[in-house]
Structures are given as C-alpha cells and as structure tokens.
Ligand binder design. Structure first.
Ligand code: FES
Ligand SMILES: [Fe+2]
Length: 352
C-alpha cells in the first residue's frame, strides 16, 4: 500500500489503485441516471476504487468511497434511514453532506468533525451519472447533439467487456474491422472497403479524424444499404465519439442520393480495473425514416456484442502505447494516434 500518496481528505485505501492524475481528475460514467433510485445503496467500482452511490430525497446523487472512517467497513453493505447512510458495523449515520450525525453508542454526543464520508464529485448529464475521483481538470465532455431536438437519443448497454478500457475505445474508433467483426451489418466480408488515406488532428476537445468512407449493407436500424462517412473523435481517454454521415446506396456501394442523414454515438467506458470495463452508449439519430428506439437498441446490442467478443481476446490485455509492441498500418492511423495521445498524457495505468 502506498501511504505516501494519501492526503488527509482521502481514504487510506486510495493509494492502492490508479495514481494517474489524468484519469483521477477526469469524469467517468458509472451508470445511467435511472440506475440510482432513492432509498438504496449501490456499490460502484471505478479504477479499482470501491465506491458507494445513493440518491437522497432531494434528488441528488451522491458517490462516496465505500468506506467508513470509523473502522473501514463497507458503507454499501449498510442501508438508508431517514435520508442518511447507516454504516452496517456500528451504525454511524452520514447525511447528504457526508457528515456523521449520529454515533449510536453515544447518541447524546455531537460526532467529531472528522467523522465524515469521503465524497467524490458526482454529476448527472446526458442520462448518465459521472464521477471524478480527484479534482476535475475539465468539464464533462460535450455530446454535441444532446440539445438538438432534430436528433432522437437512444441509450444502450451496459455492455460488460472483460477487457481493457483503452482497447475498447480503440476498437470503437477502428473502421477496418467492420467487414469482419460486423459482416453483413457494417461491412461486407467478401468485399472489404479499401480505406482512402485520412487525417487525424489534435483539437482542444481531443483527437479528430477526417471522414472515413465505408459501405454498410445494414448500416443502422433502418436496415438499408448505406455509404457511411465516419468522423471519429476521442473526447477523453475513456470517452469516444463518432459522427456518421450516411447516404442511401445501391447494393454495389454507390450512393443513390445527394441527401445525407446523421447518426452519432457517444461511447463511454467505466474502467473497473485495468482489464474489466463497462461500456455505455448514447446514440443520436437524424435519419429518415426514423427507426424505433427499440430497433436502435437491438442493433447496438448485436454490434457491441460482436465488438466485445473480439476485444476480450486481445493480448496483451493492457493496450501497448509503445508503438513497437504491435504493428501499425496507415489505415490504423486513428488508433495509432490514440495510443500516442494516451502516452503523451502520461497515462501508465492499464497500458504497457
Ligand atoms: S465501521 Fe462504520 S460505524 Fe464502525
Ligand atoms: Fe465494432
């Protein structure tokens, strides 16, 4: 245990897990807003830290270290009484501010000031609950279509990947696996796309690619052939995004219209630890005709299930950010740049 890194406001266990400031000071999705119902305690794992989440009667979601400062018992094994978290060991009660308000063995005494929970920053946005274990270095990444009424929004997942979170993100920003992993949906195995050269630039909001063109026989829930132009974006080490412009196509892969529809996907990864992840997805669609939300979710379940199956096989499990450990082709530019970007951010957790 690394006690040196533990400040007076952190639990004694904080030194055991991820120490990368870039990850600790970033926002991570730990659930859908609807997962957290008032009156229940929810254990949450993030970057090897054990947390407890609960919703108080004012609607606020709280996420704390899953640890009672008294004797280190797990608060998530306790319960909620009178809008306060009750520790299951000696019954200390903590209010929504994290302050202990009652020590049952001395009910007439005011609990000492240090009798406090260890709260993390927690915010609800885009239908997700986001947590920062340290001090937020930036706001939650912007999901560009969220405010626009033109787009229907569909959440899907959670998808549990028994895999490294960076491997999961890299798979999400990879266009050359479509004909093989998603054969018949996002590509054609017998006629894989030739990828034209594309560029990747580093912007204030992360890495961004130019358009990557592919043919998709069943490119979205409408089930019709499309030419798709993907723009990939990595907002954060564990939050990816693409915007896909699509044109109706014939079976030979040629567009039959000038009109473009738009389908975007916000891809979030909760790294449980270095080799286990939970993926949650938010899609937005401005397409004609509009599929049902159920059809969008069903298709996402198939596609991310296919991705999960392949990503779970990758070895080494931790993504190599040293480029020489794997082989990179010009068609892998986005993934290659993603790895270098992670390395330049000083990330050491979950990478080799
Ligand atoms: S360990 Fe929580 S009240 Fe004692
Ligand atoms: Fe995929």
């Amino acid at each position: 245990m690394n006690l040196i890194a533990v400040s007076s406001h952190q639990p004694i266990t904080a030194g055991d897990a991820c120490q990368d400031p870039v990850l600790l000071n970033d926002w991570h999705v730990v659930g859908y807003a609807t997962d957290f119902v008032e009156g229940t305690l929810y254990p949450v794992r993030l970057l090897e830290r054990e947390l407890v989440a609960w919703r108080s009667s004012d609607g606020q979601v709280h996420v704390w270290e899953d640890l009672c400062i008294h004797r280190g018992a797990r608060l998530s094994k306790g319960w909620i009484k009178d809008d306060k978290v009750v520790c299951p060991y000696h019954g200390w009660r903590y209010n929504g501010e994290g302050a202990c308000t009652l020590m049952p063995a001395a009910p007439d005494e005011t609990p000492m000031k240090k009798a406090r929970a260890f709260p993390c920053a927690a915010v609800e946005r885009y239908g997700f609950v986001w947590v920062c274990l340290g001090t937020p270095a930036a706001d939650i990444p912007v999901f560009p279509e969220w405010e626009s009424e033109r787009f229907m929004k569909v959440h899907s997942g959670p998808y549990v990947y028994e895999a490294n979170g960076f491997r999961a993100v890299e798979n999400f920003i990879d266009a050359t696996h479509f004909p093989f992993v998603h054969a018949g949906l996002n590509g054609v195995m017998d006629n894989p796309d030739r990828l034209e050269p594309y560029t990747v630039e580093e912007t204030a909001s992360g890495l961004k690619s130019s358009e990557v063109r592919v043919f998709q026989p069943w490119g979205d829930a409408r089930g019709t052939p499309l030419v798709a132009f993907y723009t990939y974006h990595t907002f954060r080490p564990l939050v990816g995004y693409f915007s896909k412009r699509t044109q109706a196509a014939n079976a030979e892969g040629q567009p039959v219209t000038e009109h473009s529809d738009t389908f975007t996907t916000f891809f979030t990864v909760q790294a449980l630890d270095a080799t286990r992840s939970i993926v949650r997805v938010l899609a937005s669609l401005d397409v004609d005709p509009r599929p049902s939300a159920e059809a969008v979710r069903e298709r996402a379940d198939v596609v991310f299930g296919q991705d999960k199956d392949i990503v779970e096989t990758q070895r080494p499990e931790r993504i190599p950010v040293e480029l020489r450990y794997e082989l990179h082709h010009r068609t892998d530019l986005m993934g290659q740049r993603y790895r270098t970007w992670l390395r330049n951010k000083g990330i050491t957790y979950g990478v080799i």
